[in-house]
Design a protein around this ligand. Structure first.
Ligand code: FES
Length: 345
C-alpha cells in the first residue's frame, strides 16, 4: 500500500459519503445522481467486511450475495453508466500521477477529487464538472482494489452509444421527457404507457411500462431476449427478481433519470432497504429503489447493479465498532444503525 492509498484508506464509508455530499452540487447534472448511485452500488463497508473475513466464501453465502460484487473485476467498467466514463483514462492517469508524487501524511477526499478533476479536464479538454464524479469514483476504486490492481487495469473505455452519445445537456433533457400519448392522450388515464430505459449506452436497452405499474412487473413482460443467459439472476425480464414483495433485495436499481416520476417510498421498502444494506437516501423519491415497489407515472432511466445481497445489519455493525465516538460521520452511521435495528424488529 503506498502512502496515498494509506491516507485515503483512513476514511470509512460515512466519511466518503459526507465528502461526496459536498462535491455533488459541483458535478454536472448528467452525472450527479449517477455518481451518488455508484457509491451505493459499491459500499466500502461491505468490501472491508469481506476483505477481513476469515472465510470469505462462507460470509458471501451468509449475506446471500449473488452476482458480481467485486470492484476488482470491474475497474474500467463499473462506471460505464456515467457520461464521464469516456474520460476514465484521463482521470485514472491523473490519480496515478498524484499518487506517485504524494509525500504527505493526510489528505481531504473532496479537495483531492477537485484537484484531479481540474488537471484531468485540461487533458480531456472539457469542463471540470464532467470529470468531478469520475475523480471521486476513481479515488474510491483505488481504495477498494488497491494500488497494484488499480495500476494494472488498462483504463480503456468503449465508444459511447445510444443516449450517452449525445451531449450532457441533451441527455438531461431526454431523460426528463415522457413518451407522447397521441392526439387524444389527455383522455388516457390508466392506459398511458411509458418507457423504462435500463441501459442509456444502448439504443435497444428499454421496455414499456403501463401507468402506475411497478418496474419489476413491467420488466417481466419483456420476453424479447433470453435474459437468464446474460445474468443468472434474471428469471423473467432484464431486472433481476425473486419475491416481488420487498423480501429478497434482488431487484434494487439506481434511478439516473426520472426518479420524481416514481411512486413515493412506502414504509416496507424503506425498512427493507436498510435490512438489505442498500444505502437509500432518506427522501420520498430517492435514487435507489426496489423495482418491485417503485411504480412509474412517466419515463424513467435506471441502472441495474451487477449483484445483490442482504448485509445491512451484519456489515454495518462491524463498521460501527471501529468508529470514534465524536465524528459527524460516526454519528450519522450510528443513527442509520439505530434505525435498522428499530425497524428490523
Ligand atoms: S423482487 Fe424481491 S425485493 Fe423486489
Amino acid at each position: 500500500m503506498n502512502n496515498y492509498e494509506k491516507c485515503l484508506s483512513n476514511f470509512n464509508e460515512s466519511a466518503w459519503l459526507e465528502s461526496l455530499g459536498t462535491l455533488l452540487p459541483s458535478i454536472h447534472e448528467v452525472d450527479r445522481d449517477a455518481t451518488a448511485i455508484w457509491f451505493r452500488f459499491y459500499p466500502l463497508a461491505l468490501q472491508r467486511f469481506l476483505a477481513d473475513a476469515e472465510d470469505k466464501a462462507r460470509e458471501i453465502q451468509k449475506l446471500v450475495i449473488q452476482g458480481d460484487y467485486e470492484l476488482t473485476d470491474q475497474i474500467d467498467t463499473s462506471h460505464s453508466f456515467l457520461y464521464g466514463h469516456r474520460y476514465w483514462k484521463e482521470v485514472k492517469t491523473e490519480i496515478k500521477h498524484r499518487a506517485d508524487a504524494f509525500s504527505g501524511d493526510s489528505l481531504e477526499i473532496a479537495d483531492e477529487a477537485r484537484s484531479i478533476a481540474q488537471a484531468a479536464s485540461k487533458t480531456a479538454g472539457v469542463g471540470e464538472s464532467l470529470l468531478l464524479g469520475m475523480a471521486a469514483i476513481g479515488l474510491m476504486t483505488l481504495v477498494q482494489v488497491g494500488w497494484d490492481e488499480f495500476k494494472r487495469s488498462p483504463g480503456t473505455t468503449g465508444t459511447p452509444h445510444g443516449l450517452l452519445a449525445k451531449t450532457p445537456d441533451q441527455i438531461v433533457a431526454e431523460r426528463a421527457k415522457d413518451d407522447s400519448q397521441g392526439i387524444f392522450g389527455f383522455l388516457r388515464t390508466v392506459d398511458r404507457q411509458y418507457t423504462v430505459n435500463w441501459q442509456d449506452s444502448r439504443s435497444s436497452g428499454s421496455f414499456r411500462i403501463k401507468n402506475d405499474a411497478d418496474i419489476a412487473s413491467a420488466s417481466a413482460l419483456d420476453q424479447s431476449q433470453n435474459w437468464r443467459s446474460k445474468d443468472a439472476r434474471c428469471w423473467e425480464g432484464v431486472v433481476p427478481v425473486e419475491c416481488r414483495s420487498a423480501a429478497c433485495g434482488t431487484c434494487w436499481v439506481g434511478v439516473v433519470g426520472g426518479k420524481e416520476k416514481l411512486s413515493e417510498v412506502q414504509r416496507l421498502e424503506r425498512k427493507q432497504m436498510q435490512v438489505f444494506g442498500y444505502n437509500q437516501p432518506d427522501e420520498p423519491k430517492p435514487l435507489l429503489r426496489l423495482a418491485c415497489q417503485a411504480k412509474a407515472s412517466g419515463n424513467v432511466s435506471i441502472v441495474i447493479p451487477p449483484w445483490n445481497g442482504v448485509f445491512g445489519r451484519k456489515v454495518y455493525e462491524v463498521e460501527e465498532s471501529k468508529l470514534e465516538p465524536a465524528t459527524t460521520s460516526a454519528r450519522k452511521l450510528r443513527e442509520t444503525l439505530a434505525s435498522v435495528a428499530a425497524k428490523g424488529e
